[in-house]
Write a protein that binds this ligand. Structure first.
Ligand SMILES: [Zn+2]
Length: 863
């Protein structure tokens, strides 16, 4: 397979014959502040051995130009050996030295070495992001996780800058206008984990120390960085506080001293993902620095990510998957640990498992019902497959299943297994069996059947209680029915799995609250499992299968329990049980088993009582989705009006200055459509209207401007004035989104063209244009683009980087044109393009499946 898309087979062949002793990489980024400079100099020396002298191989490099290539002192002609993605090497010796000099490109897509100029002060900032395979945009390398090596970086940068990398710097040279930073060699790490951050970043420092069992003291210097113009918003104390709690906790649990020396955390602009676990130099999206008031859910989410990345220092960085098939080995573990450690590390966030049940699992359930779903251990043929697999299965389903594994083997066996795994495979690479082997040793259990059913088969089961009741209202039999998941395999025959579950029975107490009166824990195995303990008991008001969220399944209800929820969901006293009930009724709506208007009615009736702020924010998002996508089109306008009225009612009722008030204000901005609501929004912006305790700060101002822009009630001059008052990276993004959201054919054409007719836009503005383009109230305006979308898919996939192509393919899919015609157009494209890249087909299939689901839900709502 030629070109950029390295295959698993090629990687295996290369690992069979090569061993890498070390890299020296020098980058000269002194040109970075000059916007006219498109490239930087990259010099790489790789020392590596070959077990089959005389054979040929290649190094990976995505660079506009290669100046020179020398293999063992022999000059190779770049014109002959470099094809734009690889440098061919032949006649390898037993011991080799490869030297490559190249001009590499500054990135505007967040892949490779990203360059950002701050509109607030004109300063330039650089950072790298590589996973899964973009280190080759910055230096020549063997781009696969199992060819680990020590890296020695040096960077020449403008004299006023600081530079960070995985290791500490040993020396800073002074060349007048530039300085060269020389870093210590790293421990052996994978190419995708290397990192460089450079620029006039603002830095906050701290340190963590700990006595080790051998009597020595472990000292870890800590730092946290952000752009200078964000420094006044930077709550580094809170970030470093969680960092120290996490280091304390992971040292207690893992019994393996943090292996990478220091721990820097850089909050960087225009970052494509949440964060990346580069050893010693973690990068985060800078939206984790809050410019305006945010809710406690945002602080919890950030702390979760800090702990997730920290868990990777051991699981992922110290011990790394051999190839991307086992990406779950690190991501499921880190995703699980992000929540587990929020509680274990004694942070101030106590709702971790509610958030997990309500939000992370919703991601997994959605992904696991696509036709493209896959087992947790995936079959990753190449890098394009790998790129798409950072998904709800690899992260959230995998974490759900690990949560269950902890319950299955016990907490002590689980952590003892992890400790053995770190020690046994430190600085090495592993596959599934290595982890399972360690866990089998410590638990004494055979995990073959468990792994077969949970890691190697796809799909989600639904569990439904079925009750028979006698004339006195007593249960004669309570059965848990299991629906088969998609896959029918030897380890999950008929798609049925073993589930450890708790069945909860709930009754009204004297205050009217729904409280648990019984809890039976049992194993659900086949299609039908009797719960004998509950026979003879009076029929409860509500039966909740998977109470306490032990297993991974869709929760269904018997008809009486569903009736109890309709009249009293918000009365469930326990926060986790209530979150599970909310999640279950959302799944019923998505599955066309509950009309969208009934779901909306539940939200309007009970969301005002929801105390958990993260759950409330999910309800807002889902209620809006229910109206925009799942409601009968005849009822859609009415549903939208009800949401806006509900938002205003709850906004006025919410505690002044509290998180709930802010969440309802944002929801009002998302739903405002009638003149009364838009007038209020305008009044809040102008300061002529007030809601007691509500601070209309910069981020909320932009939400309100977006509402006005989408309704055609904000002029270009007004939006320009807001940008002038907030001339920042964030302001620029939101201004772009507002312009694209305006309800005119010209605005739509401009957004479409800005994204598709040039590749000048950086990733963040591509995202803003796409988000502004697709407004639910503007279906007629965007309808003409549906056919054009299918015509340009292959060109986009061929011409754009995969990150940008994924955003365009997913973002411009005509998801609001919910008609059989759109479905037919998607099917025509899929039928007519069997040879299109599998990753592209996967994205289109998933969008197509969402559309088919919306049509089913609309039919249910209109019935
Ligand atoms: Zn991760």
């Amino acid at each position: 397979m030629p070109g950029k898309n390295l295959s698993r087979e090629e990687a295996r062949q290369r690992a069979d014959i090569l061993e890498v002793d070390g890299y020296r990489v020098h980058l000269d980024v002194t040109s970075a502040p000059d916007p006219a400079a498109a490239t930087f100099r990259s010099s790489t020396t790789i020392r590596f051995r070959c077990s089959r002298p005389g054979s040929a191989t290649f190094v990976d490099l995505l660079a506009p130009a290669v100046r020179s290539v020398r293999l063992n002192g022999r000059a190779l002609d770049p014109a002959e050996v470099f094809d734009g993605a690889r440098v061919a090497l032949d006649d390898l010796a037993a011991e080799n030295v490869l030297e490559v000099e190249a001009d590499c490109a500054y990135s505007r897509t967040g892949e490779g070495l990203h360059r950002f100029t701050d509109p607030a002060d004109g300063e330039t900032y650089l950072y790298t992001h590589y996973e899964p395979a973009d280190a080759r945009r910055v230096f020549a390398d063997f781009e696969q996780p199992d060819l680990k090596a020590p890296f020695t970086f040096s960077v020449t940068a403008p004299a006023a800058w600081d530079v960070w990398s995985n290791a500490v710097h040993e020396r800073i040279g002074d060349e007048g206008a530039a300085r060269t930073w020389e870093f210590a060699p790293t421990r052996p790490i994978s190419t995708y984990l290397t990192a460089v951050v450079a620029g006039p970043y603002h830095v906050e420092r701290d340190h963590y120390s700990r006595e080790l069992p051998d009597g020595s003291t472990l000292e870890i210097p800590l730092s946290a960085l952000c752009r200078k113009s964000l420094a006044r918003y930077f709550d580094a104390d809170e970030i470093l506080g969680v960092t120290k709690q996490g280091l304390e906790y992971f040292h207690d649990e893992f019994d393996y001293p943090y292996p990478f020396g220091k721990y820097d955390q850089a909050f960087v602009p225009e970052y494509n993902i949440g964060a990346m676990e580069n050893p010693g130099c973690v990068t985060f999206r800078e939206e984790f620095i809050f410019r305006s008031k945010v809710t406690e859910a945002a602080y919890e989410g950030r702390a979760n990510v800090i702990l997730h990345e920290m868990a990777h220092m051991w699981f992922g960085d110290l011990v790394t998957m051999r190839w991307w098939d086992d990406l779950w080995l690190k991501e499921s573990f880190a995703d699980f640990m992000g929540s587990y450690a929020l509680l274990g590390a004694k942070t101030r966030f106590h709702s971790a498992w509610i958030t997990f049940a309500n939000q992370r699992k919703a991601w997994a359930y959605r992904q696991d019902q696509f036709p493209t779903t896959h087992p947790i251990t995936a079959d990753i043929r190449d890098l394009e497959d790998a790129k798409l697999n950072f998904d709800g299965i690899t992260y959230a389903k995998g974490a759900s299943v690990l949560k269950q594994l902890v319950a299955y083997v016990g907490r002590d066996a689980f952590f003892e297994g992890a400790r053995r795994y770190f020690k046994r495979h430190a600085y090495g690479n592993t596959v599934l069996g290595d982890l399972l082997g360690a866990l089998e040793e410590t638990s004494g259990r055979d995990l073959t059947a468990w792994a077969g059913a949970w890691l190697q088969t796809a799909g989600v089961n639904a569990l439904t209680p079925q009750l028979t009741v006698d004339a006195e209202g007593r249960i004669t039999e309570l059965v848990v029915l299991q629906d088969g998941a998609a896959g029918d395999t030897a380890s999950a025959p008929g798609g049925l799995r073993p589930h450890r579950v708790a069945v909860g029975c709930y009754e009204r107490d004297s205050d009217g609250a729904l409280v648990r009166t019984d809890r039976i824990e049992l194993d659900v195995t086949g299609a039908r499992t009797v719960v004998p303990e509950l026979a003879g008991r009076p029929r409860p008001a509500l039966v909740l299968v998977n109470d306490d969220d032990l297993t991974y399944c869709k929760i269904r209800f018997d008809s009486e329990s569903l009736e109890t929820l309709r009249t009293g969901l918000g009365d469930i006293a326990d926060g986790l049980a209530r979150a599970l009930a909310w999640s279950a009724v959302w799944n019923l709506t998505r599955d066309a088993l509950m009309p969208a208007r009934d779901y909306v009615a539940l939200v309007l009736r009970f969301a005002g009582q929801e105390s958990n702020i993260g759950v409330l924010q999910s309800l807002h998002q889902q209620a809006k989705g229910a109206v925009d996508l799942y409601a009968d089109p005849q009822w859609r306008a009415e549903g939208g009006r009800l949401l806006a009225e509900g938002a205003l009612r709850e906004l006025r009722a919410a505690e002044p200055g509290g998180d709930h008030q802010l969440a309802w204000a944002r929801f009002l901005a998302q739903t405002a459509n009638g003149s009364e609501h838009l007038r209020l929004v305008r009044g809040l912006l102008a300061g002529t209207a007030r809601i007691d305790g509500l601070a209309v700060d910069q981020e909320l101002r932009w939400s309100f401007w977006l509402a006005l822009a989408a309704a055609g009630e904000a002029t270009e001059q007004e939006l320009a004035a807001e940008l002038a008052a907030d001339n920042t990276a964030s302001g620029r993004r939101q201004h772009t989104q507002c312009l694209a959201a305006r309800p005119t054919a010209e605005a739509k054409a401009a957004a479409w063209s800005a994204v598709l007719d040039s590749d000048e836009l950086p990733n963040a503005l591509v995202e803003a244009q796409i988000a502004g383009f697709g407004q639910a109230g503007q279906r007629e305006l965007t309808a003409p683009y549906a056919q054009r979308y299918f015509e340009l898919l292959e060109r986009v996939w061929a011409e754009r980087t995969i990150e940008i192509a994924m955003r365009i393919v997913g973002g411009f899919f005509p998801r609001l044109q919910i008609t059989p015609q759109t479905l037919a157009a998607a099917d025509d494209w899929l039928t007519g393009h069997p040879e299109a890249a599998p990753a592209l087909r996967r994205l289109v299939l998933e969008c197509r499946d969402d559309l088919a689901r919306a049509l089913r839900a609309q039919a249910c709502d209109g019935a």
